[in-house]
Design a protein. Structure first.
Length: 399
């Protein structure tokens, strides 16, 4: 097995059990290793520190599989790690019976580069690192064993694979395509999930708890849902008794799916058809138009796409976050609620709160935090890997 030798002092992150080693930490590779191969990470003085997956094309040169150097990285290792991840979810009562569930959350489950989401009897897997890609067969077999799922589909088509020198890969890995749509029920609302072309693995499972929270605040309110995608927040607002819901997204196909999802719920579609609008538009432009014509709303959801995938994009992303939050504050009725989110890894919680506070001040409004928001329980965050807490949000009451 090849050895990855670190520069002196660069082993400190491993002592803190952080799973990433950047190229600047590496002095040299002793021996031969191909992308995804397991290497032993050593300090400058020759102490073995971890077993990791080697990625010569990435700035993250190695991702740790185990901090125990006696661990063998083989099929049995992945069978054990996957089973442990599935068992952790099964031990949480709030996740019992969920038809849409994240089973593996990458580094936070000790499986860097591995995402697995379950929709009914279908599991969608996403492999984003060289190490995960190399162990595809072992990971798929372990998922099949741990879940007993009927089928597994791969959605390894995210841009981050390019940073690892990997090509996009999609297709069925186990079983065959279902005869019809994949439909899950979340908090009493049915949603169709397009695992082939939908965002991420088909649905935003990380917002499950926040959608339920929204429903509890929606009764009698005029709701504006920005970047609505296929209507998850919108339908929960209707289920919670919203007086009206305007949903905006730039994607016409996403809006068509949102309308179809409403139709899946006749109890909502029949009672609320005249109170629902799906509007195809650029959110930034549309918020300005709504303000210009004197519109106002009692509850606004801002759940934009990733503006800052890394810290290098933070300055530009900060301007975008401030812009939409400023406009939202101006559109809220006195005492209205703002649910605002960032899923950008390059924007930390402290910075995000400062951006939103600046937006509220510039709008001339007073905003108070009612609740800090985060991902659902099936998206755990390893304390040694704060980068795993990509989703952060605030529920604000704006006077």
């Amino acid at each position: 097995m090849a050895e990855l030798i670190l520069h002196r002092g660069k082993e400190r992150s491993l002592f803190k059990r952080h799973p990433w080693l950047f190229d600047t930490a590496v002095a040299r590779l002793s021996g031969h290793a191909r992308p995804g191969d397991t290497v032993t990470v050593q300090s400058a003085d020759g102490r073995p520190l971890a077993k990791a997956a080697y990625s010569p094309h990435s700035k993250i040169r190695a991702r740790v599989w185990s901090f125990d150097v006696t661990t063998t990285i083989d099929h049995a290792f992945f069978k054990r790690r996957v089973a442990e991840a599935v068992a952790r979810r099964a031990a949480l009562p709030e996740l019992a019976g969920q038809q849409g569930l994240r089973l593996i959350h990458a580094e936070s489950d000790g499986l860097p580069g591995v995402i697995a989401d379950k929709y009914g009897d279908t599991v969608v897997v996403q492999l984003t690192s060289a190490g995960a890609d190399k162990w595809r067969a072992a990971i798929v077999a372990a998922l099949q064993k741990a879940t007993g799922c009927a089928r597994i589909y791969e959605r390894s088509d995210s841009e981050v694979r390019g940073l690892e020198g990997l090509e996009p890969v999609t297709g069925w890995l186990h079983g065959a395509a279902p005869a019809g749509e994949i439909i899950i029920e979340e908090h009493g609302v049915k949603m169709a999930v397009d695992i082939v072309v939908g965002h991420k693995t088909g649905f935003y499972l990380d917002q499950r708890d926040n959608r339920r929270l929204l429903a509890g605040f929606s009764a009698g309110r005029r709701v504006l849902n920005c970047f609505c995608y296929t209507g998850g927040f919108s339908l929960q607002a209707l289920a919670g008794g919203a007086a009206s819901v305007l949903s905006i997204d730039s994607s016409q196909p996403a809006l068509q799916q949102a309308a179809a999802n409403l139709a899946l719920n006749p109890q909502l579609a029949a009672a609320r058809a005249h109170d629902v609008e799906w509007r195809a538009a650029n959110v930034f432009d549309e918020l300005r138009k709504l303000k210009a014509v004197g519109e106002s709303f009692d509850l606004i959801v801002l759940d934009p796409p990733k503006f800052a995938p890394s810290a290098s994009h933070a300055e530009r992303a900060s301007r975008a976050y401030k812009d939409i939050n400023l406009l939202a504050c101006k559109l809220l009725t006195p005492g209205g609620l703002l649910m605002t989110y960032s899923c950008s890894g390059g924007i930390g919680l402290e910075l995000f709160q400062k951006i939103v506070a600046s937006a509220a001040i510039d709008s001339g409004r007073t905003a108070r935090i009612v609740k800090r928001l985060q991902g659902s329980a099936d998206h755990p965050v390893d304390l040694a890997f704060p980068e795993g807490e990509y989703l952060k949000g605030l529920l604000l009451q704006v006077d």
